[in-house]
Design a protein around this ligand. Sequence first.
Ligand code: ASP
Ligand code: MG
Length: 417
Amino acid sequence: MARIVMKFGGTSVADLERIRNVARHVKREFDAGNEVAVVVSAMAGFTNQLVAWTREAAPLHDAREYDTVVAAGEQISSGLLAIVLQEMGVPARSWLGWQIPLMTDNAHGVARIRQIAGETLIERFRQGQVAVVAGFQGIAEDNRITTLGRGGSDTSAVAVAAAIGADRCDIYTDVDGVYTTDPRIVPEARRLDRVAFEEMLEMASLGAKVLQVRSVELAMVHGIPTFVRSSFDPPDGPQTGPGNLPTGTLICDEDEIVEQQIVTGIAFSKDEAKITLRRVADQPGVAATVFGRLSDAHINVDVIVQNVSADGRHTDMTFTVPRADFEQAMAVIEASADDIGYEEVSGSADVVKVSVIGIGMRSHAGVAAQMFKALAEKSINIQAITTSEIKISILIDAAYTELAVRTLHSLYGLDEA
Ligand code: ASP
Ligand code: MG
């Protein structure tokens, strides 16, 4: 017997037929004697519709009322799943954020979880019930409903798993796991059996949109083995796979990965734009001014490259911002021209960030050299480079995305045999 969290995303609960399919997955785990908390997203497309209505009602609206509206989708799906489970003879009860309660801070629309009263759900397990939790939502100290940011029910699921001391968090989704890269770009991409928390964190932040980044952070901090699997696999019948798990990808501690590869995956993100300042003064405080102004405007800067000054007085500086913030970032830089002091600013949104990820890099030299050589052979120009212990990211012209990703995928032996 185990205590598990099962999370189902929007496409898995898109209509009543799919909700019945979800219920069969839940019944299977319940009948096997497990204690089960289910976390659901809103039915596919529903949250988008709710968001659109708030914008239509008033482009600039009260964030508290935004949350009142957009949290509604999960109320419906959790109630429907509880009804269908009861109909199948599984004692189930729905739980909205405020009923548990799942406490958050008061950053409406992007709230962070502070505390979850896990005892409430554990008490229900003792009574033999399945708890169906509405994902994405919580309640702030001022007693108002909050939401956790788009894609937030992944985070609800992992946080609930931590709060109830679950053995595992199963994320059921519309793909059957995490791949070495996007299979739409590289048909040879392979599903990974296991990925380390840290690697998944990099992949999620770099554009592999399987899980909300925050949920991976939480899984890592609390050490919750998180299993990404497909809800479209047959719900009944034997669930056999590696380590007694069905097919999918287990996100776990690196110690649990026996056959560690040097490179685990190639991620890419087109959500970047690049800004270059020419001939900025090479003196203390300039970077602080540039990035201070951007941070005041809530713009995140990612890759930063600054040259060593040739004349001892001036240098060039390039950095990237999210593409959605590109125009605003250019405006901020132009408005601060006098304070920063530069000769020319230019920018481009035609860039892509390609990253090679793997914890094996910590103990292997030469990964970067191989990467640069392979790209050079394809005449792909690298505009900027940034590295961490387990990742190398480069910025290139967006037109070369596919070529670069394919080249790197086979370079590191990731293609399916
Ligand atoms: N329904 C919410 C959204 O679409 C939360 C989620 O699906 O995770 O963002
Ligand atoms: Mg999602």
